[in-house]
Ligand binder design. Structure first.
Ligand SMILES: Cc1ncc(COP(=O)(O)O)c(C=O)c1O
Length: 751
């Protein structure tokens, strides 16, 4: 077979064969000519496996995957791999019994399958919320402080608050209040709407739970906080700026409410990483020493020094080490003690947020993706620093409050999304385009043909560097000719193809492949885009198989930033498996879907996510451990925003848009007004209606095809698009379902 023909037409080198030059214009292939060369035999599997530089064949087991993806590091004690190769959730952490583990693939199946097949009919991407994990985190945090307090004979207690900015999801906040009630666990708000939600949630909480009011405040915010005190909520107004004090004094007199006041101190202690930008003397928030003194004085002058009861500080999120933490807590406690000396009725020291989590499993204090301590060490360092400073000044030990957000909620949420396609492992053949060697040879200029012959001659000699030089030269020449208009698109494609084959064969091409994922990075992983935060991302199935591809993830948005190409451990690609068949629920070939999970994203991602390209949020399900045969129950299911809903956020009016389009359909399909025309009109209108109701993400083939199907139960003549949308699978705004009964019976009720 001529080499070029092999190269161009077959697009794969038979193992042990390579391209060599012949004496004619059409080179030939000589067996074993490249036998010493670092050639990749260009079949999908072998190329892919060589990319990971892992010897084949080798035994592979789920535990290999667990260590490859460092699951035991970042995931313990909540995530592991089961013997089927799927990621499982251990909802009660270390106390989880084997039969209580939740297989995430089973959750995906139940949630994404159509209702006709017993599923919930929700579209991906999907957030799986795990309230049991949330409860376990809260209890673990409380236990860590209780233990430190007890073992260090500390004279007061720990009483945490959850900063709702981390994730304001109603059900999650309600869970925290409920789970925290035995511990007087409270909430922190940073804005008026956050305060409103905290007030209403805490009406069901422990009456002693703190309601910490942070953030910049106007008279309205302060009035609201004072109203909260009237409602017997244990509210503390924390001054972020000195000017807020005048408003607090004025409004409290006006409303006849005795306020409880806190101050946020601007500490000298500074944390160096990204998350420490607001700390230190030049930090954005808090009062410096002069301002603290002025506030104390003014309160005294107004007979309100007894109202000053709390000192707050926040060094920054993801505090890397306990030494930095102890430094900050020690400094703040000195201020606390000074305020006691000045006569304030100090009661609480609020150490802010900053309790970090280990995103990469390295337990290292040297990056924003990890921290060098666990819950116990954190609590111990806080308690010890406060106790030491207070004891030195003979000050009564205060109640310790922390505003730990990231550490509390990150683990409870898993984002699941599907890879729908991947870039080709090897250059495709040109056969499919009917482009043969003769076609190519006829179209090239003499210079290009000469480059081509030199390229093949270099290949025969095994001189790969020269090979590449000629391949590049040939390509550049052809690109120039194409730009001038003297080369056809087919010829340019052939040359691109040859060039790709050569670099793949020689091993200089980028082995990393692109996996296209049904996700918006801007909506669901905004911290990756915004601040380079890395989250553990792992296939949630096939972990009993060796991943043979290195990939990066490219999202649906038309923005080059919409990709994930940095992974935990400093990796620039992720080990992945070859996609099977023609894709999963999105494909037509019935192949298994390939699902990836992004873990530890429960804090900040949902609140910060935007609507780039009008992709709204994922569907959300709340999954609890259940003692039924399937070990889990879906207790709430909410589809992501529909196209109509995201359009409405931008002030479009989906109903009017639909009417406009419907009118246009009637104008365009009028004809003889036959039955056929009427059917065509109704079908099109019904498809348009469906598009407003479906989520913006890629839908499976069946959903897309239904655009042109007129539903049997359509009434065909509704006045607004709601009449056209009887589809149960995507129409329920909120469904509660219980999975876990015998025979997989599901019960639904509209929440
Ligand atoms: C004042 C304040 N408290 C608490 C938090 C929560 O911090 P983390 O999520 O690191 O616990 C933040 C976040 O930066 C904050 O600004």
């Amino acid at each position: 077979m001529p080499a070029l023909a092999c190269c161009v037409d077959a697009a794969t080198f038979p193992p042990g064969y390579a391209i060599v030059a012949g004496d004619s214009s059409l080179p030939v292939v000589l067996p074993e000519a490249f036998s010493d060369a670092p050639l990749l035999p260009l079949t999908n599997t072998t190329v892919a496996s060589s990319l990971l530089e892992l010897p084949l064949p080798s035994p592979w087991s789920p535990s290999h995957s667990a260590s490859l993806y460092k699951i035991n590091g970042w995931g313990a004690p909540y995530f592991s791999v089961n013997s089927s190769g799927n990621i499982t959730v251990r909802p009660h952490g270390l106390e989880t019994l084997p039969h209580q583990e939740i297989d995430l693939m089973k959750v995906v199946k139940k949630v994404s399958e159509p209702k006709s097949r017993g599923g919930l009919g929700l579209q991906l991407p999907l957030i799986v919320r795990l309230p049991d994990v949330l409860k376990n985190r809260l209890q673990s945090l409380q236990s860590a402080f209780d233990f430190a307090i007890q073992s260090q004979s500390y004279g007061s207690r720990y009483q945490g608050v959850y900063p709702v900015k981390c994730n304001q999801d109603r059900y999650m906040v309600e869970d925290i209040v409920e789970f925290g009630t035995p511990y007087r666990f409270g909430l922190e708000a940073g804005s008026k709407p956050e305060l409103l939600l905290a007030m209403s949630c805490l009406c069901k909480g422990n009456p002693e739970a703190l309601l910490i009011c942070n953030g910049y405040k106007d008279a309205e915010y302060i009035s609201l906080a004072l109203a909260a005190r009237k409602l017997a909520l244990n509210t503390v107004i924390v001054l972020e700026q000195e000017e807020e004090l005048d408003l607090v004094i004025e409004m409290s007199k006006k409303l006849a409410v005795r306020p409880v006041i806190g101050m946020r101190a601007k500490l000298r202690t500074k944390h160096a990483g990204h998350f420490g930008a607001t700390s230190g003397e030049k930090g954005k928030f808090g009062l410096n020493t002069m301002q603290i003194l002025r506030v104390a004085k003014k309160l005294e002058q107004n007979g309100m020094l007894d109202c000053l009861q709390l000192l707050h500080f926040h060094i920054g999120s993801q505090i890397p080490s306990t030494s930095l933490l102890a430094d900050g807590v020690g400094e703040a406690t000195q201020i606390y003690c000074e305020l006691v000396r000045l006569g304030a009725a100090m009661r609480v020291i609020d150490v802010g947020g900053g309790l970090g989590i280990d995103y990469d499993g390295s337990q290292s204090p040297d990056s924003d993706n990890s921290v060098g301590y666990g819950l116990e060490e954190y609590a111990s360092a806080v308690v010890q620093s406060i106790r030491n400073a207070c004891d030195r000044k003979f000050v009564k030990h205060p109640v310790i409050c922390s505003e730990s957000g990231r550490a509390l909620v990150s683990h409870h949420s898993v984002l699941i999304f599907e890879a729908v396609s991947a870039s080709a492992p090897v250059a495709p053949t040109l056969d499919s385009l009917g482009l043969g060697l003769h076609y190519l040879a006829n179209g090239l200029t003499d210079d290009s043909l000469s480059d081509y012959r030199s390229l093949t001659a270099a290949a025969v000699r095994g001189d790969y560097e020269t090979c590449l030089v000629y391949a590049d030269q040939l390509k550049q020449r052809c690109v120039d000719q194409f730009k001038e208009g003297s080369l056809s698109l087919e010829h340019l494609a052939s040359i691109d193809n040859i060039s790709e084959l050569v670099s793949k064969a020689i091993g200089t091409s980028d082995p990393v492949r692109t996996y296209h994922v049904n996700l918006s990075v801007f909506t669901s992983v905004p911290d990756f885009w915004g601040i380079g935060q890395q989250f553990p991302i792992v296939p949630i199935q096939r972990l009993d198989e060796k991943p043979v591809v290195k990939g990066v993830l490219s999202d649906l948005t038309c923005d080059s930033d919409g990709k994930v190409d940095k992974f935990i451990g400093g990796e620039t690609s992720l080990p992945l498996h070859e996609l099977e068949g023609e894709g999963g629920i999105l494909g037509s070939g019935g192949g298994a879907g390939y699902y990836l999970g992004m873990f530890l994203g429960g804090a900040y991602q949902e609140a910060l996510g935007g609507l780039h390209n009008l992709f709204g949020g994922p569907s959300v399900v709340r999954v609890s451990q259940s003692d039924g045969p399937h070990s889990f129950a879906v207790t709430r299911a909410v589809p992501g925003l529909s196209c109509g809903e995201v359009l409405r956020v931008m002030q479009h009016e989906p109903e009017m848009m639909f009417e406009t389009l419907k009118h246009r359909v009637e104008e365009c399909i009028h004809g003889e007004d036959s039955d056929d025309d009427e059917l065509a009109r109704d079908t099109l209108v019904s498809g348009l209606a469906r598009s407003f109701h479906n989520m913006p993400y890629l839908a499976n083939i069946a959903t897309a095809a239904s655009f042109y199907e007129k539903k049997n139960n359509d009434n065909g003549g509704g006045d607004y698009y709601g009449d056209y949308y009887p589809d149960e699978d995507y129409n329920n705004n909120s469904v509660a379902a219980v999975v876990g009964e015998e025979d997989e019976h599901w019960t639904y009720c509209v929440a």
